[in-house]
Design a protein around this ligand. Structure first.
Ligand code: GAP
Length: 447
């Protein structure tokens, strides 16, 4: 159970990139600080019109690979609010903590295990002024119902995983699954992080994409290796450059209490290598714990062999918001074009917010009307932007900054030859194709 990721510096990391990406995300409507008109709210963020598309595409790409294309994984959407019993059984009430110290000189609060020197306050530099460490639980507590007493305590889930474990029996009893099989879920999780930061990398409210894969105990190692490879490959398949991605097995002293093996998929962020996803071999810890605490049998009955056993679990657990940020960082590029700097997000087409933009060369109705009609037609198949303001050069630059793979330009010749110009984002190459062919042209390249 890792509350926060580890960071490490690298000579390849470029710190200026971080500021550029944060500026771009604000300027182009990807991400806004939450409650900004009130001065912002404690490292929480809102996803704007472009960011919501990006984030949705990351989650959809994950769901497509992990559920839609697999005969052995089913989906779930469990509740965010849950009773204390769940977190008692999972170990979160006892163990999901970070050690906190306060500086008695300057009244700042720190995570002890993240300090360079555990004796020295990074804010005021004084030595030996920290209080004794105390364990701080990262779960958000609330009350369900009108009474605020011990009986109404509830928690916002700090991970989606437990929803899968506590529904194991429901899924087995109501579907045709048999081990090896997985239950997958995408959704919000909440952690009262002591040190949120690095933009959307570590926030108190975030989205996870997790899958619990239930296997016969003897096959656990083989499936762990399989999922490490699959998950690493997923990032490459969606455009992450291999030199910015690595799979790092945890050392023994990093392993959570339940895990007999964990590897992290790490991305080279501007501040160094950091975690996108953990793949863990959780053994039978979770099902055993919930069986003990709930009194329900959470096991598999193999009729043919007349045997009962508790499946072991392999868990690929990824962060959607963090991964979206990594895709942005990996895709960001600048190049000189005709003496000007072109900023372009070279996003994989599945991740790109808009797939296509229709740009008439003039606002005059004889062009804008057929251009709007083409955009309306394309919207049936793709997220399609429409823009008739400013010069065509500036409109191309805007779409480049949004990562839109194709721009379709309609000009006055289109009215007579029934053709449009398609411009490809990365090469900026243009070709002329018939209006009637646009949908098929894009389908071939984008699906
Ligand atoms: N069920 C196991 C689990 O939750 P984790 O490593 O704590 O494992 C999985 O979380 C992923 O969730 C992380 O790899 C990271 O991508 C994401 N994540 C965790 N805490 C986060 C936070 N505070 N902000 C953004 N993403 C977070």
């Amino acid at each position: 159970m890792s509350a926060t990721g580890e960071t490490s510096s690298s000579p390849d990391a470029s710190p200026e990139l971080f500021d550029k990406i944060v500026n771009l995300t604000k300027r182009r409507g990807f991400v806004y600080p939450s409650a900004e008109i009130y001065g912002g709210f404690r490292s929480t963020y809102d996803y704007g019109p472009i960011g919501v598309l990006l984030l949705r595409n990351v989650k959809d790409a994950w769901w497509r690979s992990m559920v839609q294309l697999r005969p052995d994984v089913v989906g779930l959407d469990a509740s965010i609010l849950s009773p204390p019993q769940v977190w008692e059984a999972s170990g979160h009430l006892a163990n999901f903590t970070d050690p906190l110290v306060d500086c008695t000189n300057c009244n700042t609060r720190w995570r002890l295990d993240k300090l360079d020197d555990p004796e020295v306050c990074p804010a005021c530099g004084s030595r030996g002024t920290f209080t004794e460490p105390r364990q701080f639980n990262l779960m958000f507590q609330t009350h369900a119902g009108p009474l605020q007493d011990a009986g109404s305590v509830a928690y916002l889930r700090p991970e989606t995983a437990q929803g899968m474990f506590i529904n194991f029996k429901n899924v087995v009893d109501t579907t045709r699954v048999r081990p090896p099989f997985g239950i997958a879920q995408v959704g919000k999780s909440f952690r009262n992080e002591i040190t949120p930061g690095q933009f959307v990398f570590r926030t108190r409210e975030f989205e996870q994409m997790e899958m619990e894969f239930f296997v016969p105990p003897a096959d656990a190692q083989q499936w762990y290796d399989y999922w490490c490879n699959e998950r690493y490959q997923w990032y490459l398949d969606h455009g992450m450059p291999a030199e910015k991605l690595r799979l790092r097995p945890h050392d023994d002293d990093e392993l959570s209490h339940y895990s007999s093996g964990t590897s992290d998929v790490e991305f080279l962020f501007p501040w160094g290598w950091d975690e996108l996803e953990g793949i863990a071999n959780r053994g039978d810890y979770d099902l055993r714990q919930h069986a003990e605490h709930s009194g329900e049998k959470l096991e598999w009955y193999d009729q043919a062999a007349n045997e009962r056993w508790i499946p072991h679990v392999i868990e690929p657990a990824a962060g959607a918001t963090r991964t979206a940020m990594a895709f942005l960082m990996a895709a960001y590029d600048e190049e000189e074009v005709k003496g000007e700097t072109r900023v372009v997000l070279r996003l994989h087409h599945r991740i790109a917010p808009y797939k296509v933009a229709v740009l008439p060369l003039s606002k005059k109705p004889e062009l804008s009307e057929p251009a709007r009609a083409l955009a309306a037609e394309l919207r049936g198949s793709f997220m399609c932007d429409y823009d008739e303001t400013q010069s065509i050069g500036r409109r191309y630059r805007r779409q480049d900054e949004l990562g839109t793979p194709y721009c379709i330009t309609m000009d006055f010749d289109s009215l007579t030859d029934g053709a449009v110009t398609v411009r490809e984002r990365d090469s900026m190459e243009q070709e002329r194709i018939g209006i009637a062919e646009v949908d098929a042209y894009l389908r071939e390249r984008l699906v």
